[in-house]
Design a protein around this ligand. Structure first.
Ligand SMILES: [Mn+2]
Length: 195
């Protein structure tokens, strides 16, 4: 069963994440940050993973701690759920458009945290959501999922569309990377023998 549940409590946030990598895209999201819920829904739907996230954060300050810590906790849950990565494809990539916007996301479940992020949002805010938090979310996730992640927003004139293509492409790329490779069922996909 490729499932995990992680609870992470600090003075700033209290977060529980449940993930099922072999799900169907079902979600129960209650983060207190509606735009983030909308984006997490994209990861689940396009990643075909079930995702339950409950977060209580210091939103009276702003959404920064909550969004970053959800990234961290989701990263921990993903790492636990995919385990030693035996039999997985390891690499995943996706291009996703939404009208005028287009993003490319490439994942390597390398065991090493690293992110290359080329995104210039056309606006600083989507509603009251600070677009800088997209970077904070993925940096937190990458650090704890121990993956290499390249995110490129290639074009877009609407910040909501830009963000949505990034999260959808991340879901699609993740789906590919965590998918079982039937030709290599008992193989850890590295010449090192571990990832
Ligand atoms: Mn939308």
């Amino acid at each position: 069963m490729r499932q995990a549940q992680v609870t992470r409590n600090t003075l700033e946030t209290q977060i529980t994440v449940e993930v099922n990598l072999d799900g169907t895209g079902q979600v129960m999201l209650d983060t207190g940050v509606p735009f983030l819920d909308h984006m997490l829904d994209q990861i689940a739907r396009h990643g075909l993973i079930d995702l339950k996230i409950k977060a209580k954060g210091d939103l009276h300050i702003d959404a920064h701690h909550t969004v970053e810590d959800i990234g961290i906790t989701l990263g921990q849950a993903l790492a636990q759920a995919y385990g030693n990565k035996k039999g997985l494809r390891r690499y995943g990539h996706a291009y996703v458009p939404l009208d005028e916007a287009l993003s490319r996301v490439v994942i390597d479940l390398s065991g090493r945290p690293g992110m290359v992020y080329h995104v210039e949002f056309v606006r600083a805010r989507i509603g009251d959501f600070d677009v800088d938090l997209v970077h904070e979310f993925f940096q937190g996730l990458v650090n704890h999922a121990m993956m290499t992640l390249h995110i490129d927003n290639l074009t877009g004139h609407n910040a909501h569309h830009q963000a949505e293509t990034i999260f959808k492409a991340f879901g699609r790329a993740l789906r590919m990377a965590i998918e079982a490779d039937p030709r290599a069922a008992d193989v850890i996909p590295s010449t090192k023998g571990s990832l």
